[in-house]
Design a protein around this ligand. Sequence first.
Ligand SMILES: [Zn+2]
Length: 108
Amino acid sequence: MCDHMEINTMRDYHDAVRRGPYAWPGGYPADWVTDDGETRCWRCGAKSYRQILWSLFHHVNDGWRVCAIALNYDDGDLWCCNCNTRIESAYAESEEQINCGGGRHAQS
Ligand SMILES: [Zn+2]
């Protein structure tokens, strides 16, 4: 599995924030996975760094301790549990717009 990267230390978190949401292999949109298994959008994970660093430092499972970065390939229905923003995906976005409706039919 290479679609997520574990975060175990404050340093891991710092590195992740510095890389930004699109700097991961392939440039896919990244989001945070917290200790309670919830998903947070990149903005919430970067904005709440004080809370997250505190949780990492004290190693508490309070829902803020991020444990991984995940890449969202094709889940067009993934929502941030903190701000309820839909999390961007790499492929599901364009699929919704593909609409060949009523194309021409070649009949012989
Ligand atoms: Zn959010």
